[in-house]
Design a protein around this ligand. Structure first.
Ligand code: ATP
Ligand code: MG
Length: 733
C-alpha cells in the first residue's frame, strides 16, 4: 500500500505507515496481537534515522528480550548503512546495567560489580536467613525473595516499606540485611539494576540532564508489561521534552504477578501529553478462525481499552479440540499429530507446545523422548544456568572481584579441597564479626591453622594465582584458566557422566571467543563511554542471558514453553494443552483480584501465537505434583463459539494410564474394540495378575486387537510394562 523504496517501510498498511511516520511527539500505538507492533517499532527507528536525521546514538529502545534487541538491530543494519555499536537498544535490565557501568562511582557500585541472577539471589537469601536465625518455615525463602523483588519493583527500599506487625517487620529486616550484604559483596540483583539506576538519575541532575538531552527518542515494545518502577524510569529519562513511542496491547498484559501495571497505558496518555493514539486492527498472523476464537475469549474481560482485530487471511482451518482421557493420552495425541504434520512437511521448529505451568512439560517431554522427536524446552536451564558453567563463572567472578561471597561459597570447596561445614561456619562467623567479605576473612586467617585450616589456605593461594595469571591474557584464555587451574575439568573427567559437562566447559571458552569478536550488543564502547573490562562485560552478559525468560525460535526442534515465554513469538502450528479448570485458569488466580482476567489474557496470548493451525486439549485426569487431579474443561473452551471448533473426539477412552485410578475404571474397552466388539479383553482393568518374571501387578489398560492386543500392567517396583497378550503368560491372582 505504499510506494516507499525502503524495505523497512515497504508493505506497511496505511495505519502502520501513519504510526511509523508520526510527527515528533509522544505517541501510543495500541494494537492487538499480530498487528505488526514490533514491526512498526523497528520501522520507526529506521525512519527516524533515515528521514528525520536522528543520530543512531540519540535514541533508546526497550525490547522484551535481549534476543528481540539483536533482531531489531540486525533488521535495521540490513536496510541502513549504519554502525549499531553505539545504539542503546536492549531490555530494561540491559540498558540499566550499561548506564550503571558508565557511572558506577556515582551509583555507589564497584567498577566490576557483578549481577546476581535469580538462583544466586535465592541462595544468598537462604544463607542470610540462616545467619539471622530466621525460621524458613515461617518465612519460606522463595517468598522472601518475591517480597524483596516486589518491593524493589515498586521502587521501595527497606526503610520505606510499611510494616506494622512482627511478620512484616521481620521481612523488612531481612530485606535490609540483604541489601547490606549485596552492597558489601559488590553485587546487584535484577531488580536492583533498575532501582539503582532510577535513584541515580533522580539524584544526579547532571547525569539525568546528560541522558535527557541525548535520548530525544525513546521507544518501548510490550509497554503493557512495564511495572511501576520501569514506568518511572522512563518518565525520568524522557523529562518534559522527549518523545516517547510506546507500543502495547492491554489484552496481552500477563506479568501482573510481577508488578506490571496496565494502568501505565492510561497514565501514559496524560503524563506524556500524548497527541496521537494509533490503533492497528489488521492482524497479519493468523487465519480468522483462530483470530475469532481469540477475540471471543478476550471479549469476556471487562477491563479493556477496547479494540477490534480482523484479518483478510480467510477462515482457514477450524480450531481443533481434543478431549483426552488423561495426561499421557493427551501427550500421545499431540505427538501423533506432530509426527503426521512433520511427515507432511511442517518443520519441527514451526510447531510449538504451550502450557500454563512448567510442571506440565514432563509428561510431554516423556512422550517426545519416547517418539524420538527432537525438542527444546524453554524456561528450563539455559546454558549460563548449568551447574558446571556457574562454577566456572564463579571462578571468573572471583578473579574480577574476590569479595563476591556468593561466588566464593559456590566454589570454595568445589572441586573438593577438604573444607568442611565447620570451617565454613567459622569463616562466616569471622566475616560477620569483622563486617567484611568472606574473602577478607579468609586472607586474614591465612596461616592461622585454627580457622579453616589448610583447605582455606590452599583456596586463597589458588585465587591469588589465578589473579596473577589472568593479568594481560585474553578473555578466552581466562575462561580456560578458570576451567583448568580451578581443577573443574579434572574433577569432571573423573566423574562417570562428566563428558557433557566437560563439553559445556569447552563451550564456555568458545562463548568467550565469540563474545570477544562480536561487534554489537549492550557492551560496546562508543561516544566516550568508559570501556569496562571485557571480563566484567562478559559476566554481565552471562547473568542477563540467564535471566532471559523468552524462547529462541529454532528451526530443527519442536518448541516447548510456557505461555509466558511465548510472548511476541509466532508459530505455524500451536498446541495448547492442559485446558482444565484449576490449571488454566490456574486455581491461584481465583484468590487474586483480577486474577481471572489475567488468566484470560494469558489464554489470549497463547491462542494468538498460531498462524495456521491451533489445537486445544484437556484431560479428564492428570498427575501433577504427585497427585491425580480430575479436571473439568476450562471455561475458556466454552467461551469460543462452537462454529469455530472441530471436536476431534467425543468421549475419551482409556488408551493408556498410570494405573492410578483403577477403582474408578469400569472394564472399559479400547477404542478399536468398543467399535468392533471382537476379541474381548480377557482381563478387566484393575485385575490383579502374576507374571513369572515381574511378579505381581495390576492391569492398567490395553490397546490393539486380535493378535496385536497389548496389555499394560503396573508391576509396582518393576514399573509399568506393556506386554503382548499373546506371549505374556499372565495368571489371575
Ligand atoms: P504481538 O502482539 O504478538 O507481539 P505484534 O503486534 O508485535 O504481535 P508483529 O510480530 O510485529 O506483531 O507482526 C506479526 C506478523 O505479521 C509478523 O510475521 C510480521 O512480519 C507480519 N506483518 C506485520 N505487518 C505486516 C504487513 N503490513 N504486511 C505483511 N505482514 C506483516
Ligand atoms: Mg510484538
Amino acid at each position: 500500500q505504499t510506494t516507499m523504496q525502503d524495505p523497512l517501510l515497504a508493505g506497511l498498511n496505511n495505519k502502520q505507515l501513519e504510526a511509523v511516520t508520526l510527527p515528533q511527539q509522544s505517541a501510543l500505538i495500541l494494537a492487538g496481537a499480530g498487528s505488526g507492533k514490533t514491526r512498526v517499532l523497528t520501522a520507526r527507528i529506521a525512519w527516524l534515522i533515515q528521514t528525520e536525521q536522528v543520530s543512531p546514538t540519540g535514541l533508546l529502545a526497550v525490547t522484551f528480550t535481549n534476543k528481540a534487541a539483536k533482531e531489531m538491530l540486525t533488521r535495521i543494519t540490513a536496510s541502513l548503512p549504519i554502525n549499531t555499536r553505539g545504539m542503546w537498544v536492549g531490555t530494561f535490565h540491559g540498558l540499566c546495567n550499561r548506564l550503571l557501568r558508565a557511572h558506577h562511582r556515582e551509583a555507589g557500585l564497584p567498577a566490576s560489580f557483578q549481577i546476581l541472577d535469580i538462583a544466586d539471589q535465592l541462595s544468598m537469601i537462604k544463607r542470610l536467613m540462616k545467619l539471622m536465625n530466621v525460621d524458613d518455615e515461617k518465612f519460606p525463602p522463595k517468598q522472601v525473595q518475591n517480597y524483596i523483588n516486589g518491593c524493589k519493583d515498586e521502587g521501595l527500599r527497606a526503610h520505606a516499606v510499611d510494616a506494622y506487625d512482627p511478620h512484616s517487620q521481620k521481612l523488612r529486616e531481612i530485606f535490609e540485611e540483604y541489601d547490606k550484604q549485596c552492597q558489601r559483596d559488590g553485587v546487584a540483583d535484577f531488580a536492583e539494576l533498575l532501582l539503582r539506576c532510577y535513584e541515580l538519575l533522580e539524584r544526579d541532575t547532571n547525569i539525568r540532564q546528560h541522558y535527557q538531552s541525548r535520548f530525544r527518542y525513546i521507544l518501548v515494545d510490550e509497554f503493557q508489561d512495564t511495572n511501576r518502577l520501569q514506568y518511572q524510569w522512563l518518565k525520568l529519562l524522557a523529562g518534559k521534552d522527549n518523545c516517547m513511542f510506546a507500543v502495547g496491547d492491554d489484552d496481552q498484559s500477563i506479568y501482573g504477578f510481577r508488578g506490571a501495571r496496565v494502568g501505565n497505558m492510561r497514565d501514559f496518555e496524560t503524563d506524556f501529553n500524548v497527541q496521537s493514539i494509533v490503533k492497528l486492527e489488521e492482524n497479519y498472523r493468523s487465519h480468522s478462525n483462530i483470530l475469532d476464537a481469540a477475540n471471543a475469549i478476550i471479549s469476556h474481560n471487562k477491563n479493556r481499552l477496547g479494540k477490534n482485530l480482523w484479518t483478510s487471511a480467510g477462515a482457514g482451518e477450524p480450531v481443533r479440540v481434543y478431549q483426552a482421557y488423561n495426561d499421557n493420552d493427551e501427550a500421545q495425541f499431540i505427538v501423533d499429530e506432530i509426527k503426521m504434520l512433520h511427515a507432511e512437511g511442517t518443520e519441527l521448529g514451526e510447531m510449538a507446545m504451550l502450557y500454563r505451568s512448567n510442571a506440565q512439560s514432563r509428561v510431554l517431554e516423556h512422550a517426545l523422548f519416547s517418539a524420538n522427536l527432537p525438542y527444546r524446552v524453554y524456561g528450563g536451564l539455559r546454558f549460563f544456568e548449568r551447574a558446571e558453567i556457574k562454577h566456572a563463572l564463579a571462578y571468573m567472578r572471583l578473579i574480577a572481584n574476590a569479595n563476591d561471597d556468593t561466588a566464593l561459597l559456590r566454589v570454595i570447596n568445589f572441586p573438593a579441597r577438604g573444607i568442611g561445614a565447620r570451617s565454613l561456619e567459622q569463616l562466616q562467623e569471622a566475616a560477620r564479626a569483622g563486617n567484611c567479605s568472606l574473602w577478607q576473612a579468609a586472607i586474614n586467617k591465612v596461616g592461622n591453622g585454627k580457622v579453616g585450616g589448610k583447605g582455606i589456605d590452599g583456596f586463597v593461594a589458588l585465587i591469588r594465582q589465578m589473579v596473577d595469571e589472568a593479568y594481560g591474557i585474553s578473555l578466552a584464555e581466562l575462561a580456560e584458566l578458570a576451567t583448568t587451574l580451578s581443577g573443574l575439568k579434572a574433577h569432571y573427567q573423573n566423574e562417570k557422566e562428566g563428558e557433557d559437562r566437560i563439553a559445556n566447559l569447552e563451550e564456555l571458552v568458545t562463548a568467550a571467543v565469540a563474545f570477544t569478536n562480536q561487534d554489537f550488543g549492550n557492551h560496546s564502547n562508543a561516544d566516550g563511554e568508559t570501556e569496562q573490562d571485557l571480563l566484567t562485560q562478559f559476566l554481565s552478559h552471562a547473568s542477563l542471558e540467564a535471566g532471559e525468560h523468552q524462547a529462541d525460535v529454532g528451526r530443527e526442534a519442536l518448541q516447548l514453553m510456557t505461555v509466558h515465554a511465548s510472548k511476541g513469538l509466532e508459530f505455524k502450528v500451536v498446541f495448547i494443552s492442559g485446558l482444565e479448570e484449576g490449571l488454566c485458569p490456574h486455581e491461584q488466580s481465583t484468590y487474586e483480584a483480577n486474577g481471572l482476567e489475567e488468566e484470560r489474557r494469558l489464554m489470549y496470548v497463547a491462542v494468538t501465537r498460531a498462524r495456521q493451525r491451533l489445537y486445544l486439549s484437556h484431560a479428564q485426569s492428570r498427575m501433577l505434583h504427585g497427585q491425580v487431579r480430575y479436571g473439568i474443561p476450562s471455561r475458556f473452551l466454552d467461551e469460543i463459539p462452537d462454529k469455530l471448533l472441530k471436536h476431534l473426539n467425543s468421549k475419551p477412552v482409556a488408551k493408556s494410564g498410570y494405573g492410578r485410578d483403577y477403582n474408578e475404571l469400569p472394564a472399559v474397552m479400547s477404542k478399536q474394540q468398543s467399535s468392533t466388539q471382537k476379541n474381548a479383553m480377557p482381563w478387566k482393568v484393575g485385575q490383579q495378575v502374576a507374571h513369572n518374571k515381574f511378579g505381581n501387578g495390576v492391569v492398567v489398560s490395553y490397546e490393539g486387537n486380535a493378535n496385536d492386543m497389548r496389555v499394560q500392567v503396573n508391576f509396582g517396583r518393576e514399573g509399568l510394562k506393556w506386554l503382548a497378550l499373546e506371549f505374556a503368560k499372565l495368571t489371575a491372582i
